[in-house]
Design a binder for this molecule. Structure first.
Ligand code: GLU
Length: 305
């Protein structure tokens, strides 16, 4: 397996420089497009890596499945479906998706920014700080890494420049979908996106979804299997932004990408996969990262379809 991963990383290296790091968050523009790494956590307890698998980067939108899980744990699936919906929007992650002067849950989704900002108000906590702390704790638990922390520089960079997210949050407020202070709510969202992880962390987190809620090493139950089904289904339909259909055809597993260059992929019952390569396509997906997954999926027959 190690040799296969090394080969795939080598084969896909030419794709690293085809994309560009996200620049709308100034701190992310410093990403090195020469980075490419993969970590795989398998169901037999073994793990494998190649390339820059232990280099830290910010989780960005890959926090959305974790936020969705916490939202499910705090509110149950009915309320989550009612308030946020599960249908793919088919639009970019930061789209202002309003029709005929109204906004409803059918314009949202847990994997787009509006849905994620709303989820930041649904998770339990006395204030935004406590909500974020609970999310960070859950991330550490799933990653099996108590030292997962916030990247302060990226957080401040997002907070200073996040006008589009402010626009989305004020729209939610205008239509009565969120209450309270918008800046405080966004503080939780910006911090959530700025959690620092490695491919190893993402692979372990993915494995809990692949293993229907059980810890990768101890096999202890961390959350109900039903919530893993919920999150995996949402990932298949909209985890790769408005490129989810193409990804389903080419790779065929539940996955989530982030504009930091990470991809978390779930191979149900088999493995959790974490990928990192900051060169993005126009939709915000890592170009070399998708190529790596495409090749791994072919070699190991991972497609669920
Ligand atoms: N923090 C980013 C934003 O809200 C996350 C986007 C992403 O990774 O898709 O713009």
């Amino acid at each position: 397996m190690e040799a296969l991963l090394e080969k795939i990383i080598k084969d896909c290296a030419p794709y690293k420089t085809l994309g560009r790091p996200a620049s709308y968050i100034p701190e992310l523009a410093n990403g090195d497009i020469n980075d490419l790494g993969i970590y795989v956590t398998c169901s037999d307890g073994q793990s494998f890596m190649a390339g820059d698998a232990l280099k830290p980067f910010t989780i960005q939108s890959i926090v959305k499945p974790i936020l969705l899980l916490l939202c499910l744990m705090d509110n149950g699936p009915d309320l989550v479906r009612d308030k946020i919906g599960v249908e793919a929007t088919g639009k970019p992650f930061d789209a202002i998706n309003v029709t005929e002067g109204s906004l409803s849950s059918s314009h949202l989704n847990p994997m787009v920014n509006m849905g994620a900002i709303l989820m930041c108000t649904m998770i339990k906590g006395r204030d935004s700080g406590e909500r974020f702390s609970r999310l960070l704790e859950l991330t550490r638990l799933l990653a099996d890494n108590p030292s997962v922390e916030l990247d302060q520089k990226v957080y401040l960079s997002e907070k200073q420049t996040g006008s589009k997210n402010r626009a989305l949050a004020y729209l939610l407020k205008t239509y009565g979908m969120i209450d309270g202070d918008v800046e405080e709510i966004l503080d939780c969202y910006f911090k959530a996106c700025s959690i620092k992880v490695t491919c190893k962390d993402l692979a372990n987190i993915a494995f809990t979804f692949a293993n229907r809620g059980r810890h990768p090493l101890s096999d202890k139950r961390l959350f109900p299997a039903e919530y893993a089904h919920f999150v995996n289904a949402v990932l298949v339909t909209c985890g790769m932004y408005d490129g989810s259909g193409d990804f389903a055809v080419k790779v065929g597993v539940p996955a989530k990408s982030g504009v930091g260059g990470g991809i978390m992929a779930v191979s149900p019952t088999k493995m959790g996969i974490g990928i990192f390569s900051p060169g993005l396509d126009s939709k915000g997906n890592s170009i070399a990262g998708i190529k790596v997954l495409e090749q791994l999926s072919k070699e190991m027959y991972l497609s669920i379809f």
